[in-house]
Design a protein around this ligand. Structure first.
Ligand SMILES: Cc1cc2nc3c(=O)[nH]c(=O)nc-3n(C[C@H](O)[C@H](O)[C@H](O)COP(=O)(O)O)c2cc1C
Length: 175
């Protein structure tokens, strides 16, 4: 079974090329995430390292501090959420939630292949919109770096502190 304690967000990737089929298997895991009304409001735009032009156009959309390390990833992805429900055109209040959950599925599928995913809020949304030609009603949510951690990048890095269980969940009990 996949041990989720081995998932982490590396800051140093090994710059290796990951086959397109390997990346698409990770992306397919997103499809199997649950979503409100099964709307599947997510859409992922991908640039592979082996396609230098596409990859560098994605890197440029990231903030400078994220560019420094994310340029060494094997693939860059922008997750996009559709804000309106297809079924009735109403606002989908769960679009971002569902999109995040789809990405969580991807992180697990990646982990099963010894690949890690590092998500980012640090990108310029307007530049992202322009690059992807996003129509209105679609919002970029996160940038995502996919790759293999470089040597020395280990799961137990000092900043990976976690809250105590008591701060995370409460069990309600009857009298
Ligand atoms: C929505 C989201 C946005 C994030 N944005 C950034 C970012 O812009 N730059 C960065 O270096 N890490 C970013 N992170 C990574 C977090 O800092 C990281 O997940 C957190 O420190 C926990 O570490 P871990 O993923 O290794 O467990 C982001 C993570 C998420 C889920």
């Amino acid at each position: 079974m996949t041990d989720l304690r081995n998932r982490f967000s590396p800051k140093v990737f090994d710059k290796s090329v990951i086959e397109e089929t390997n990346v698409t298997s990770i992306m397919e895991a997103a499809s199997w995430a649950p979503s409100a009304y099964n709307e599947q409001p997510w859409l992922f735009h991908i640039a592979l390292r082996q396609d230098e032009q596409a990859f560098s156009s994605f890197v440029k959309v990231l903030t400078e501090s994220n560019q420094e390390w994310a340029q060494n990833a094997s693939a860059l992805v922008f997750s996009v959420a559709r804000r309106e429900r297809k079924r009735d055109g109403l606002k989908n209040d769960y679009a971002f939630y569902d999109t995040g959950q789809a990405v969580a599925h991807m992180t697990i599928a990646a982990l099963q292949r010894d690949i890690q995913i590092h998500q980012m809020q640090g990108f310029v949304a307007a530049d992202c919109r322009r690059l992807l030609a996003l129509p209105s009603g679609f919002d970029p949510v996160t940038a995502i770096a996919i790759g293999r951690p470089a040597e020395g990048q280990v799961v137990d890095m000092p900043h990976r502190v976690r809250k105590e269980n008591a701060e995370v969940f409460v069990i309600h009990r009857g009298d």
